[in-house]
Design a protein around this ligand. Structure first.
Ligand SMILES: [Zn+2]
Ligand SMILES: [Zn+2]
Length: 290
């Protein structure tokens, strides 16, 4: 008989001050995170109906538990008469995803004339895209067993330069007319999503610690599973503890969501182990996605 795992598929609602994230993530089963306020989602291992209106879908990597329902999202939007969404994918996976869409179309016997390929947008590490005038995303490299990207969303705001603060509106208008640059652009990291990853990503990409919200994977928790974690490109609790000891100042995030636990564990064991082993100051900021 199949083992009763900690959550067979129910989405979990995370209420942050400015956004409500609906997410699900268990290793090998599925991962997705919907952020309706920002009109975007990360990964599409399942495609609940609430995901369909979202127009910006970021895929971390091609493993089926993260990518399986990308084409379902695309076809549901088409059926419902919606305009195409944009699917951001690691650039190494673009050709494979396009081929998959083509084969699926042939299996469904859709005529080539009627077929419009999904709107994929490949991203390399360092690439930026704009979701709207004040919201941008930047991709970065993630260490897993195949090409993988993490994504940080930034609120992009204009701010008066220090030397112009307190000046009257009329004076600023005059300065603008004279072409004086009295504003600077601020990129405020809001949310970072990392899919499957070893701990190496955190050592190499410390900027992720500046986001208000950080999604991290933590697949393995038990003693004896360290080697398995390494082999499968995942993070073990020992790795995270070592990172927190090595780099105590890196993760400044207000909210840290731990996700992608192995389906071997039950809920009690996950909560108990994390409470027993994570430092208290860190645990206070943690949301356990189960
Ligand atoms: Zn996974
Ligand atoms: Zn994976």
């Amino acid at each position: 008989m199949a083992q009763a795992h900690h959550n067979p598929g129910n989405p979990i609602e995370l209420n942050f001050a400015q956004e409500t994230v609906v997410a699900f993530s268990i290793s090998a089963l599925a991962t997705y995170a919907l952020v309706p306020e920002l009109n975007c989602a990360f990964d599409m291992g399942e495609c609940p109906l609430e995901a369909v209106p979202l127009e910006h879908i970021f895929l971390t990597h091609a493993h089926g538990d993260h990518s399986r329902c990308l084409l379902r999202h695309e076809s549901l939007r088409r059926l419902m008469g919606m305009t195409p969404a944009t699917y951001y994918v690691p650039d190494e996976t673009l050709a494979g995803m396009q081929a998959l869409a083509q084969v699926w179309k042939e299996l469904e016997n859709v005529s080539q004339r009627k077929f419009a390929p999904p709107r994929f947008h490949p991203l390399a590490a360092g690439d930026e895209v704009w979701l709207h005038r004040q919201l941008a995303a930047r991709a970065f490299a993630v260490d897993h067993t195949l090409p993988s990207r993490g994504y940080t969303l930034f609120d992009v705001r204009k701010k008066l330069k220090a030397e112009y603060q307190g000046r009257a509106g009329g004076e600023l208008a005059r300065l603008r007319k004279d072409g004086v640059e009295f504003e600077e652009t601020l990129w405020v990291p809001r949310l970072t999503f990392i899919g499957d990853s070893t701990i190496r990503t955190l050592y190499r990409e410390p900027h992720v610690g500046q986001s208000r919200i950080l999604f991290l994977e933590l697949t393995f928790l038990l003693d004896g599973e360290q080697e398995l974690a390494r082999k499968r490109g995942h993070t073990h609790l020992d790795d995270l503890l070592k990172f927190l000891a090595d780099c105590p100042d890196v993760l400044q995030n207000e909210h840290i969501v731990l996700k992608h636990f192995s389906m071997r564990y039950d809920r009690r064991m996950i909560v108990h182990t994390l409470k027993a082993r994570l430092p208290r100051e860190f645990l206070e900021r943690v949301h356990i996605l189960i």
